[in-house]
Design a protein. Structure first.
Length: 378
């Protein structure tokens, strides 16, 4: 089992990397890391001494004074190198640089110089090093106005704001899950002592800003306003849609009331318009029984209660806040399960609960994308 630490663990990439590595408990032993360890001279060498792999993600990329950005990032690299030398570590260091290296700005220079400093350490120490040059990353839970234009646009469209395009550039992009898979493969496949001072991670998409905004506006119109799953006919659109959904105000948006069409025969309720297919199923649940307590990393899933009474609960992985929704077949309603939210459904009534489910892909037992974790402790 490899002992792994992640500097910048609380950041956008660090959070996704930590959460994903946590799924491979028999392969990786995660050493928790806080950024203030850089200011504790005795703490950092203890971390480097205990680790087989260290992802150095911690960095500053925005500040009013550009020199502060450069100085901070070089300082963090030098502190890490000092700790590696003190502990005589030969760990595999994976450094996150950026295509900003190509631009003559303090952040880009700090990433390039930091990458070369760590490569030099590896050559002197016998350690392994991978200097990852990463394109623009997007995905769930990035900070608006900070991590990416996709995060900013998604936040604005879901909060009644109007996005503005400042420069309609072509952006080379990689989805966060694709980047994390690349990182894990680099850990698994890098021989001891190998030094790759410049490892360029290829983008998975190249898209103009106007096209990105158009797709996101289409998601809002179809999904938020008209209850239609939009066409998701390529991986980029699926990843963009899952990103967009994570910026919705789920506490206020759900449960979404469904329209009942009634006559002397009974009631008809349209649950979902499928613009891309998928799988629909239903379950019956006895009183007091809870189903679920699992989460998905890519699947889109909807629970719709059509008879009986239910409590649906959701909790984002790595957080404590629980969203609870009471649903009843007397007023059919649904709740969607965002990716990386563990969820369950409990029959809170005295009769059988009837629930309809829709998911955007057929069940594949060899790749179920289902990971079990209780929503609550009880």
């Amino acid at each position: 089992m490899l002992k792994v630490a992640i500097t910048g663990q609380a950041g956008f990439i660090g959070t996704h990397l930590f959460n994903t590595l946590s799924l491979y408990k028999e392969e990786f032993d995660l050493i928790p890391f806080r950024d203030d360890y850089f200011d504790e001279p005795e703490k950092l060498p203890a971390i480097t001494a205990s680790c087989d792999v260290i992802f150095h993600l911690a960095a500053m990329n925005r500040h009013g004074d550009p020199q502060v950005i450069y100085d901070t990032n070089i300082r963090l690299v030098n502190l890490l190198i000092k700790a590696l030398e003190q502990s005589r570590s030969q760990a595999h260091i994976l450094f996150s640089s950026s295509t900003q290296e190509e631009k003559d700005n303090p952040y880009g220079r700090s990433k390039r110089e930091g990458r070369l400093l760590l490569a030099d350490w590896a050559a002197r120490s016998g350690g392994s090093f991978t200097g990852m040059v990463i394109p623009n990353v997007f995905g769930p839970f990035g900070n608006p106005f900070y991590n990416s234009v996709i995060a900013t646009f998604s936040h604005q469209l879901n909060h009644g704001e109007t996005p503005v395009i400042e420069v309609d550039a072509e952006i080379k992009l990689i989805y966060i899950a694709e980047l994390i898979n690349e990182c894990i493969n680099l850990v698994r496949k890098t021989p001891i002592g190998q030094i790759r001072d410049e490892y360029r991670i290829p983008p998975s998409a190249s898209v103009k800003v106007t096209e990105i905004l158009s797709l996101l506006q289409g998601f809002r119109s179809a999904y938020v306003e008209n209850n239609i799953i939009p066409p998701l006919d390529n991986p980029f659109k699926l990843n963009l849609f899952n990103t967009f959904r994570c910026y919705m105000d789920i506490g206020n948006h759900y449960p979404v009331k469904l329209v009942q069409h009634t006559d002397n025969r009974g009631a008809f309720v349209e649950i979902l318009r499928l613009n891309g297919g998928g799988q629909v199923s239903f379950s019956t649940t006895k009183p007091g029984i809870t189903r679920g307590n699992h989460f998905h990393t890519r699947k889109i899933e909807r629970f719709a209660v059509i008879r009986g009474n239910a409590l649906i609960r959701l909790r984002r992985i790595g957080t404590d806040e629980i969203f609870s929704f009471n649903l009843s077949g007397d007023q059919p309603a649904f709740v969607d399960m965002p990716i990386w939210y563990t969820h369950n459904i409990t029959n809170t009534g005295n009769d059988e609960l009837f629930t309809l489910f829709w998911i955007n892909e057929f069940f594949d037992p060899s790749d179920p994308d289902t990971f079990f974790e209780n929503v609550t402790d009880n």
